[in-house]
Design a protein around this ligand. Structure first.
Ligand code: NAD
Length: 326
């Protein structure tokens, strides 16, 4: 029996989450088209390194380009029978979005609109979109997808919410199948250098005190990359198996918010030290106090199981970090 190999377009596929996903999906009978413009939020070298072992794979193609380039999207969709788009390309970074909001709207909102238009024109129906826990704003407690989300703190979060609204309108008007995944503090191999954990390990390896914002009481629902990749894969399969048109918002977190100070304990354990030097800094604009995902919906619809504990995940991260940096 021949197994049908399907084509998936991953936007932002050379980045942190995208590269992990490209590695995983090329092993799952998919042909991957990875569209990335290597934007300057962090270095091109890091992103090329993320995907270098895939470049010669038959099931992988890198397309350098921008999601805002409608001609390019038209060519991609015309030349490849694409079933599903996994849309990860974005200007990321909550804090930076307060300094440069225009870029965030141009890429995250106009870019998403350009992509949706191209999908519509070419009859591409399935979309898995990377939204963010930041759309909940500054709310306490465990957050369900049904929570109202009208008070985002950063322009980044507003751009993610706006993109989600566009996705909804394409679902209603053009029967597009959409899953918006609200991702909570993803970490692991290839993690962005601006994110906590990678940033801390960089500072420690350079014998610098790590910078802590606030008193170490802010909490994050850290989610290991492999669990996020599985959730994205299961979203693709979920859409394929439904008979009705799909529109869902699903939290992908860990249901276990960890105070920053406890994160440091995990890091100490991983690098086997008793002490980490740190300096305290003022909490930055755009940051929320706590993130906490209710993951019942993900468990039910996607068989989601965040199996990697923070202790394990930090050790795995450190194994990767040592190979890349030490
Ligand atoms: N990392 C997290 O914890 C987290 C949490 C919530 C949501 N997200 C979302 O997940 C997605 C991936 O995040 P990440 O952490 O891997 O970020 P990343 O910056 O590593 O990846 C984004 C990729 O998109 C590419 N890109 C940016 N603008 C583009 C454009 N105009 N055209 C084509 N490519 C473009 C970048 O070059 C980069 O490779 C983003 O949409 C982000 O908002 C991430």
């Amino acid at each position: 029996m021949t197994v049908e190999v399907k084509n998936i377009l991953i936007t932002g596929g050379a980045g942190f989450i995208g590269s992990n996903l490209c590695h995983y999906l090329t092993k799952q009978n998919f042909n991957i088209l990875c569209l990335d413009n290597f934007d300057d939020f962090y270095s091109e070298e890091i992103k090329l390194n993320n995907i270098k072992s895939l470049i010669n794979e038959k099931s992988f193609e890198l397309i350098r380009g921008d999601i805002r380039d409608s001609k390019l999207l038209k060519t991609i969709f015309e030349n490849n029978k694409i079933e599903t788009v996994i849309h990860l390309a974005a200007k990321a970074g909550v804090r930076n979005s307060i300094l440069n909001p225009t870029d965030y709207f141009d890429i995250n909102v106009n870019g998403t609109l350009t992509l949706l238009e191209a999908m519509k024109s070419n009859g591409v129906k399935n979309l898995v979109f990377a939204s963010s826990s930041s759309v909940y704003g500054n709310k306490n407690g465990k957050l369900k997808e049904t929570e109202t989300c009208n008070e985002q703190i950063s322009p980044y979060a507003v751009s993610k919410k706006t993109a989600k609204l566009l996705n909804y309108s394409y679902h209603v008007n053009f029967k597009m199948n959409v899953i918006n995944l609200r991702l909570f503090s993803v970490y692991g191999k290839n993690q962005r250098p601006d994110l906590v954990i990678h940033k801390f390990f960089n500072q420690i390896s350079q014998n610098k005190p790590i910078e802590i914002y606030g008193n170490g009481e802010t909490k994050r629902d850290y989610t290991y990359i492999d669990n996020v990749v599985e959730a994205i894969y299961n979203s693709v399969l979920y859409i394929e198996t439904q008979t009705q048109s799909v529109y869902e918002i699903i939290n992908i977190g860990n249901d276990n918010p960890i105070p920053l100070i406890e994160l440091l304990d995990c890091i100490k354990e991983a690098i086997q030290t008793d002490k980490i030097e740190f300096v305290k800094k003022k909490i930055e604009k755009g940051d929320v106090e706590t993130t906490h995902a209710d993951i019942e919906k993900a468990k039910k619809l996607l068989n989601y199981n965040p199996s990697v504990s923070l202790n394990e995940g930090i050790k795995l991260f450190y194994d990767w970090f040592k190979i890349e940096n030490l």
